[in-house]
Design a protein. Sequence first.
Length: 261
Amino acid sequence: MSLKGKVALVTGSTSGIGLGIARALAAQGADIMMNGFGDAGAIEQLRAGIAAEFGVRALYSPADMSKPEQIAAMVAEAEAKLGAVDIQVNNAGIQYVANIEDFPDARWDAIIAINLSAIFHGMKAAIPGMKKRGWGRIINIASAHGLVASPQKVAYVAAKHGVVGMTKVAAIETANNGITVNAICPGWVLTPLVEKQLEDKAKAEGTTVDHEKHEFLTEKQAMEKFTTADQIGGLAVFLCSDAASTITGAPLSIDGGWVAQ
Ligand code: NAD
């Protein structure tokens, strides 16, 4: 399958799952608008690397997903400089772990803003152009935590359940415009977001990160295996294919059997 001539905007693509998805879409020929935080030199290396390795146009926007006006400006910039946003992957996300009574208000607000509200603002900005062109693919990165809960993740679980709900609304509203809207619900993927949780838990319990990897996987998943960012990229590419053109409004688990249990 070729995505040559399509433009993909992937939020939070300077790291982890977003980077895996951006690379997978670029490998199919899509031009890429990258986004996310990090060291400027390292980000430029990633951007230039994608452009050179896959022969596509690649730009980077530093837009902060907690700022609605910056999200709209990023979509407008992609449309102006790359010609469109045909594929929108709403992936940027953060985590914080604490019981409800200890959960800082500011962490709640940040997680709801970045993991939930940013997707509303992003879709609001991108859908008009997709409708005009009669083609679009919106892929929202939810989580197994969009379908089931864990303790100490109140904001994350609330946001991810919201993402799954919002995905269904957007799918219904755009069903006859050549647009599909789906949510990918990963289980454990070994990225900086999870590495921090492993390190914190190992420190708190006086164990090792390797021990906690085993604990994390066996506590939640049937399969004692992390999903890779590349594999999530593969699912995103499939969702952009003709074979997937009637898959819409679906939460798609890629989770080693997490929610099957
Ligand atoms: P990560 O920490 O490796 O990457 C997060 C990305 O989001 C980075 O590029 C970061 O710079 C960006 N980001 C954070 N705050 C931002 C902001 N305000 N504005 C713009 N960009 C911002 O994490 P990851 O594991 O790759 O997570 C990506 C997505 O996948 C998240 O939505 C996360 O909830 C989801 N997810 C992850 C896992 C997992 O096991 N890693 C499982 C299920 C779902």
